[in-house]
Design a protein around this ligand. Structure first.
Ligand code: FE2
Length: 178
């Protein structure tokens, strides 16, 4: 295997702050691809939990430290996951299911959602940095923005679990038999 889930991760970094490193991913080890997709999902779900806690604490109980941590992680977590899917996972799925029209429709939908989430994540990082610096404003709008983001991310993950994971599992089973 050429890559792993925690290559180059600092030893003392808490689980929720780990980044999934897929920089050298490129083989067709379907078990590893499934593990990586699940690891990215877990990383994003951890992020969603943290963002939800921030949204629930606005404005009076908000923790500047929590906002700073989230601001630092939100863009990287989203981009890491999208990079893995766009550059590694989807090409593998397309190669193994070249005639699958429904798969192509799913990937097209997911691609658009990735673009939206990336743009949203960058905006959120900026807003969370303001709250970390104690200059945040418009708590209601910030809460609305946070809930819109983590709601969309959770729906995106649910869609991938329902539509992509079973396909990858089928491809893996067929590969294991051959
Ligand atoms: Fe995705």
């Amino acid at each position: 295997m050429e890559w792993s889930l925690d290559r180059q991760m600092p030893q003392k970094m808490p689980q929720s702050q780990k980044r999934v490193d897929t920089a050298q991913a490129g083989t067709e080890d379907f078990g590893d691809l499934l593990d990586l997709l699940r690891a990215h999902h877990e990383a994003k779900l951890h992020l969603c939990e943290e963002l939800e806690a921030i949204a629930d604490s606005l404005p009076d109980r908000v923790s500047p430290q929590a906002c700073l941590m989230a601001a630092r992680r939100v863009v990287a977590t989203v981009y890491d996951a999208h990079d893995f899917e766009d550059s590694v996972l989807w090409p593998v799925l397309r190669r193994n299911r070249p005639e699958d029209v429904r798969l192509e429709a799913s990937l097209s939908r997911l691609h658009h959602e990735h673009l939206e989430d990336e743009s949203y994540a960058e905006e959120l990082a900026s807003v969370l940095t303001d709250w970390a610096m104690c200059v945040g404003s418009r708590a209601e709008a910030t809460g609305y923005m946070l809930r819109g983001f983590f709601g969309a991310v959770r729906r995106h993950i649910a869609f991938e679990r329902e539509h992509l994971v079973p396909i990858l599992e089928q491809i893996k089973r067929a590969s294991d038999k051959s």
